[in-house]
Design a protein around this ligand. Structure first.
Ligand SMILES: Nc1ncnc2c1ncn2[C@@H]1O[C@H](COP(=O)(O)OP(=O)(O)OP(=O)(O)O)[C@@H](O)[C@H]1O
Ligand SMILES: [Mg+2]
Length: 380
């Protein structure tokens, strides 16, 4: 009788059937509303199965629209074909040409390149020799390629990949680049020498509309929650809030946090109230993700801007220099990168009589940013 206490959860019960489906790197079984994008990608990749170089492709679309998932799904299938090797490189982590090729090396040889360091040329040569020897076509996805642009490494990286067959006869490499930075005109930003060899197919991932979001999240609910935990009214509210940014990660995070809120009340069902409370945190998933990708000095700059929100660039520099000892050139590079990432906004204001001056402010509430920086530093 005691454990049948109506609407209350007992200690050993959970609203979740499988909480894992709400994790960040979970690859969903069902992947709906991306049929045409998958078809286009398959078309571009098909030559690899016949032993030829696939068509180079650029995948574009706002955050959380399924770009990474689509490539993971296709690479799963394609990589199982004989004579084809697929590697997805996360350019948030590997943001230089050398780092990208180290990652390729690691995948192909199944050990890391010597840490004593070998020249890029040697690294490159070993990779292509091995591909030729094994008679393999290599398909590389440069995910979040915008980070290579922020570091000024995109042209060199692509040039090496695209010209591999000329430098090493018999080497066959195809490239998919994935970008969520819509303000970045990828091809336009590349050097001429790269543009002349890079004429990619384009596949665009638009934001999901509210009906599509409902469809997709319903699948996730069925897998992740026990029956009847999330009702249709709650799902509609989650979809509506997700639709504000269109980033599906917000919806997945909302479901997870709303479930945890319900458990906190020992309730068997999620209410709209649980969803609303969760949104205070979930709306920042994109911010958290951007912050996590930053280096220490980039994070330091974010902190300084938060403390000097809206002040002039020169004043922000003084505080930054004091905090990190870094010089002006590096400071300007970092300001540009944070601006491109949409974390800070640089605007020009007229200073009375003294011409125009640049001022820097955060694109988010300073407290929200500082909270997240602290909790990430604490490993949460
Ligand atoms: N059609 C879909 N069906 C099921 N889950 C999806 C679908 N599209 C996206 N998702 C889920 O949404 C989340 C975000 O998707 P994904 O990481 O593929 O987006 P993205 O376009 O690569 O975003 P970003 O540009 O920010 O890297 C993932 O957890 C993924 O599982
Ligand atoms: Mg992605």
């Amino acid at each position: 009788m005691a454990d049948d206490s109506g609407d209350m959860l007992s200690w050993d019960e959970s609203v979740f059937r499988d909480e894992h489906v709400f994790e960040i790197d979970y690859v969903p079984e069902t992947f709906r509303h991306r049929e045409s994008q998958l078809e286009s990608l398959k078309y571009a990749l098909r030559p690899a199965v016949r032993g030829s170089r696939p068509l180079n492709t650029i995948v574009r679309g706002p955050p959380g629209t399924g770009k990474t998932t689509a490539v993971q799904k296709l690479f799963g299938e394609l990589g199982a074909q004989p004579g084809v090797r697929t590697v997805r490189v996360n350019c948030q982590v590997d943001s230089t040409r050398y780092a990208v090729f180290s990652r390729l090396f690691e995948n192909i040889f199944e050990y890391e390149p010597p840490s004593s360091g070998i020249s890029f040329k040697k690294l490159f040569g070993q990779i292509t020799d091995r591909l030729v020897e094994d008679d393999e076509v290599l398909v590389v996805a440069l995910d979040d390629v915008n980070y290579l642009f922020y570091e000024n490494e995109a042209s060199d990286t692509l040039y090496s990949l695209l010209r591999a067959h000329e430098a090493h006869s018999g080497a066959r490499i195809g490239v998919i680049i994935i970008s969520s930075d819509l303000s970045l005109d990828v091809v336009d930003e590349l050097d001429r020498r790269v543009q002349s060899v890079f004429r990619p197919e384009e596949v665009y991932f638009p934001v999901y509309d509210v009906h599509e979001i409902v469809d997709i999240l319903r699948d996730r609910i069925d897998r992740g929650f026990h029956d009847d935990v999330v009702g249709s009214q709650e799902l509609d509210r989650v979809a509506e809030l997700t639709g504000k940014s269109g980033d599906l990660r917000v919806g997945i995070d909302l479901l997870h946090r709303a479930g945890l809120n319900a458990e906190m009340r020992a309730s068997r069902t999620v209410t709209v109230e649980d969803v609303e409370t969760a949104y205070d945190k979930s709306k920042y998933v994109h911010l958290s993700r951007s912050l996590r990708s930053l280096s220490d000095s980039e994070q330091a700059l974010v902190e300084v801007v938060a403390d000097h929100n809206g002040e002039r660039a020169g004043e922000v520099y003084d505080a930054f220099h004091e905090a990190t000892d870094l010089g002006y050139t590096r400071y300007s590079e970092l300001v540009n990168k944070l601006d491109q990432l949409g974390l800070i906004e640089a605007s020009y204001t007229d200073v009375d009589g003294r011409g125009r001056s640049r001022s820097l402010s955060l694109a988010y509430e300073p407290d929200a940013v500082l909270d997240r920086l602290e909790s990430d530093a604490a490993g949460n």
